[in-house]
Structures are given as C-alpha cells and as structure tokens.
Ligand binder design. Structure first.
Ligand code: CTP
Length: 399
C-alpha cells in the first residue's frame, strides 16, 4: 500500500521521536518517499541529521532558511499523498485541534488536503486527561486518523496507556486504512496468465509464445486497487512485485483447470488471460522419443476449456472476463466466444495490430460486453492497458 507514496513525516517534541527514526526506515523500506518536518523542540530529542540521512531528503524545521528564502508549507502539503504526525505531542495535538499554527509542521498540516494520521505520544496522566481526550475527539471529527496509543512502560517510569504505537503497528494501521479506502477492498479476484505446456515426452512439449505480461499486469493492478488476488500462471520468466498476490504456478492446461476451478469458488472478479493450449498429446511418452523415419504422427486430444467451465458455474454476482486473440473477423469471433462461454465481457486483441498481442510490452485492446457494446483503446504499455481493464471492472461492479 505504501509503495511509491509520497509521505511527510511530522516529528514533534516527545521522547518517542526516537521511534520515528524506525518508522522512517519502515516507510522507506516499504517503497515510500519521505520528507521529514520537525517542530523546533523535536530536535532536542533526535538530531535532524539522522532523519535527513535516512530519508535522503533535507529535514525542514523553520519557515525561513539561512540563505534568506522560505520553506513553502503549501508546497510540502500539496506534494504529500499522506502526512503522519508521529510522535504527536500533547502540545501539537492541542494546537492542531484548535487551529493554532506557530511552526512549519503545523502550517503544513493545516495546508494539507491529503489524509493526516496522528500517533499520540505522552505520559499516562496526560493521555487520560479530559483536555487531551477532547482534543483527540475534535481531531477525529475533523476526519484525522488517530493511531491509538499503546499500553506499557512509559518514559516517566510509570506504566499505562499513552506511549506511541510501535512503528510496525503504525505501518499496519496505515496499510489497513489505505486498503479500506480502495475501490476493490474486500473483493476476491482470480487471474490466469501465461502459456500452458503440454508434455509430449520428458523433454518436449507443445506450448506458445505467451509471456504472461498482460495477466501479471492485471493481477498487480487489481491488487493495487485493493482486491485480494490469486494468480494462476503457466511457465513464465516474470514474477509479481506485490507480495500480497497469491501465485499458483502450473504447467499444463489440466493443472490450470484444477487450480482455477478451486479459486473460482468465492471469486468476485475473474480475468482469464492465459493462452491455454487447446490440445494436448493423447499420450505422454515415458521415455524420450527417439528419431525414427522421415515423419511421425502425433495424436492430439482436446484440453478442457477452463473459462467455458467457469461460465457454466458462474453465479449472478461473479464477473467473468475472457481474452480473445484473433487474426481475422476479430469482433465477430470474439463476440461468438463471449456468448458461447457465458462471459460478462471479452477483451479482444488482434494479431493484425502492430505492437499488440503476446510477448511484447504493449497491447491494443477492444472490450466487448454482453450487450455487444464495444470500447476501443489506444496502443499503450501493458501496465496502462491493465489499468484501463481494472477501471472497466470497477465501473461494472458499481452498476
Ligand atoms: N481459454 C480457456 N481454456 C482453454 C482455451 C481458452 O480458459 N482451453 C480461455 C482463454 O484464457 C481466453 C478465452 O478462453 O480467456 C479465449 O481463448 P482463445 O484461445 O482466444 O479461444 P478458444 O476458445 O481457444 O478459440 P480458438 O483458439 O479457436 O480461437
């Protein structure tokens, strides 16, 4: 969830500032770009240099800079996808709740329209005081996300509630909150990708040129939009970047069939982009077939049509989308497949379009729906094509 996110980490004056160092490490490890803004009193607890070295960005504290220019709080606020105030001292919480703005960090917070997360950090009596409770309630009312403080030993030596949430828990809170706001949160998706290999003997097979790139890009985009994704793929040379995607590697169409039928149960969205071999050898030789004579005969038998089988099992609330790679009469052939296999939509790509189809990094698609409505897209990188497909899916689910 935090991959590629631009984050302002606001550090205010509290002994828990040392934990913000670990939080910064976790944020950058998760792929976020972080800029740190400290309140003047925060630098009594941790040196700005520590944050600067770990974030790879200058740390900002004051409105004015030594060269006479100024740190533009509006610019930082607009740059950020989200802001985390951790630790949030009683003083900063109070000022933020009441609209007081006497430092760069507060000015940035007040200038922001992105989500703001607040991790309070203070001693037991302070945390349980009526004023702090009131201020935290005010911030909640202002749609700020409060990351609950934790119970344990406090810097004062007391034991109780008030210490800042552990950095790992802050990351968990961020991931969960961001996921809940995504359009496909709570949805399960199944994607098939890549070719299947049908064994002739222990060393030879029937296969095709599918790289799996289109299906993998769709799986990544579905996960990015909050779906919990299962990706069933044939032999490919690529891997997923998003670790939340459950991958099931298979070789043959039969194996892909078994894995897909199991995962289809409970799947809200299914996109079958795999280039499944329609036929397989009637028998697989146990030993390597030896060269003999000028020609040999290979008998092929039909593989199960996986998507057609899912089309039969499909319930009203399940969205089933197929692919069609055609060389001629493209729209007509794809529409026939859509009906025959009981799909909700089919994504057509034509081998006649330069830059489209298997293997490459680009594709040009046409989406055809059940009512024969066709939507044409430009030739673009497969990652962008995947985004178009997922936008289409989100729109379908809203209908
Ligand atoms: N498909 C499948 N199982 C198969 C064959 C195809 O699930 N045994 C799926 C593909 O993943 C794709 C759709 O069916 O989503 C259409 O695949 P395609 O190969 O274009 O269609 P076929 O029905 O195999 O027709 P043909 O090869 O004759 O064009």
């Amino acid at each position: 969830m935090l991959q590629g996110k631009k984050i302002v980490l606001g550090v205010s004056g509290s002994i828990a500032a040392y934990k913000a160092v670990f939080l910064l490490r976790l944020l950058t490890k998760a792929g976020a770009e972080v800029k740190v803004i400290m309140t003047p009193s925060a630098k009594d607890f941790v040196a700005p240099l520590t944050f600067s070295a770990l974030s790879n960005n200058p740390v900002l504290i004051d409105f004015s800079t030594p060269d006479g220019s100024w740190n533009n709080h509006v610019e930082f606020a607009n740059w950020a996808d989200l802001i985390i105030l951790a630790p949030a001292s009683a003083n900063s919480i109070g000022k933020l709740a009441l609209g007081l703005c006497d430092n760069l960090l507060l000015a940035t917070l007040f200038s922001a329209s992105c989500p703001i997360y607040i991790a309070p950090a203070m001693d037991r009596e302070m945390y349980s005081s009526e004023s702090i409770k009131k201020n935290i309630a005010l911030l909640t009312k202002q749609n700020r996300f409060i990351i609950p403080s934790e119970e344990g030993e406090l810097a004062s030596g007391l034991h109780g509630e008030g210490r800042m949430a552990e950095p790992e828990n802050i990351i968990r809170f961020l991931n969960e909150t961001i996921a809940k706001g995504l359009p496909l949160y709570g949805k399960k998706a199944l994607v098939t990708a890549g070719p299947t290999y049908e064994a002739i003997d222990p060393v030879r097979f029937i296969g095709n040129h599918s790289s799996g790139k289109m299906g993998f890009a769709i799986a990544e985009e579905l996960a990015k939009q909050g779906a919990s994704v299962t990706l069933v793929h044939g032999p490919v040379k690529i891997s997923t970047a998003n670790t939340s995607i459950k991958t099931i590697a298979v070789t043959s169409a039969r194996e892909m069939y078994d894995a897909s039928v199991t995962a289809f149960n409970g799947s809200d969205i299914t996109v079958m982009s795999a280039a499944v071999a329609d036929y397989k050898p009637a028998t697989t030789a146990k030993e390597k077939i030896k060269k003999s004579g000028d020609s040999i005969q290979l008998e092929l038998v039909q593989n199960p049509d996986i998507i057609a089988e899912l089309g039969k099992k499909k319930k009203a609330n399940q969205l089933l989308i197929g692919f069609a790679l055609e060389t001629n009469d493209e729209v007509k052939n794809a529409s026939v497949k859509l009906k025959k296999k009981n799909l909700d939509a089919i994504i057509l790509n034509s081998m006649r379009t330069k830059g489209a189809g298997p293997g490459g990094d680009t594709n040009k698609i046409t989406i055809i729906d059940k009512r024969n409505k066709t939507t044409n897209f430009e030739l673009k990188p497969k990652i962008e094509v995947a985004a178009d497909i997922v936008t289409y899916i989100i729109a379908c689910l809203k209908k």
